[in-house]
Write a protein that binds this ligand. Structure first.
Ligand code: DGL
Length: 266
């Protein structure tokens, strides 16, 4: 048993979708979440900058005595996972991409679409990992860079968002002809309702959820599951936007938590 909290981070509030899943799958676990809202989006930044920000985030979470780090961000996983594991060899660090790839391949999918940020699509990490586990799989990729900023600005449930989704996806879905779609960004479950209403026949795979299944398995294997912890969940944001507060309140209304503003060293 290990009652230390799990550290979870993202460039902003997208990773909260993973925390929601964590509460569902592992209700005994406690969380310290860090959203780097002051510097979001990461997906349009250079790999050097993303690695630098990711290291600062993990330094912060590790200093708070976390037992495991969940990178609830595809962009950071695509670009910085190796650097983070090298810096912290003693702490389990889990990224969102491999668990998602395993699930898709395990389900026998042969043709799949991936939507994600520019950095994730540019790295082709989904394409490479999917093909290495399933050499015949056909992978279609599309970067959707405006979606994260619109979510961070609180425009998730608007016609603007629906238009943005349709702008990126109409031709992509028609030309790809796939039935399965990877939400390769942890912000995207928040727009799943738009995707579902525009393309009702697509089956969606959420990287936010798959990473939690992997974390659960690892905690069980290492005998590190929590039980009866009295720690109160903490949500830190590097810029405390109204939207971050509203989203946290909405998603976690039934749990005890504290929200803090965080100053990250630039
Ligand atoms: N949630 C992050 C991801 O999964 C968004 C990255 C960004 O800030 O652009 O990729």
């Amino acid at each position: 048993m290990d009652n230390r909290p799990i550290g979870v981070f993202d460039s902003g509030l997208g990773g909260l979708t993973s925390v929601q899943e964590l509460h569902r799958q592992l209700p005994e676990e406690r969380v310290i979440y860090l959203g780097d809202t002051a510097r979001t989006p990461y997906g349009s930044k250079s790999p050097e900058t993303i690695v630098k920000f990711a290291i600062q985030n993990v330094d912060y979470l590790v200093a708070r005595n976390t037992k495991m780090i969940i990178i609830a961000c595809n962009t950071v996983t695509a670009v910085a996972l190796d650097a983070l594991r090298k810096r912290y060899p003693a702490i389990p660090i889990i990224g969102v991409i491999e668990p998602t790839v395993k699930k898709v391949v395990g389900d026998g999918v042969k043709k799949v679409g991936v939507i994600a940020t520019k950095a994730t699509i540019g790295s082709d990490v989904y394409g490479r990992e999917l093909r290495s586990m399933s050499p015949d799989i056909e992978v279609f990729s599309e970067a959707c860079p405006a979606i994260v900023p619109l979510i961070e600005d609180g425009l998730t449930d608007t016609e603007i968002m629906r238009l943005a989704v349709s702008h990126y996806m109409d031709d992509f879905v028609k030309e790809g002809g796939f039935d399965d779609l990877i939400l390769g960004c942890t912000h995207y479950p928040l727009v799943a309702k738009h995707i579902r209403s525009l393309y009702p026949n697509l089956r969606m795979y959420s990287s936010s959820a798959e990473v939690i299944r992997e974390a659960a398995e690892m905690l069980r294997e290492k005998d590190m599951l929590a039980s009866g912890s009295e720690f109160i969940d903490r949500y830190y944001a590097s810029d405390m936007s109204d939207n971050f507060i509203a989203m946290t309140d909405r998603l976690f209304a039934d749990t005890d938590f504290k929200i803090h503003l965080l100053k990250l060293e630039q």
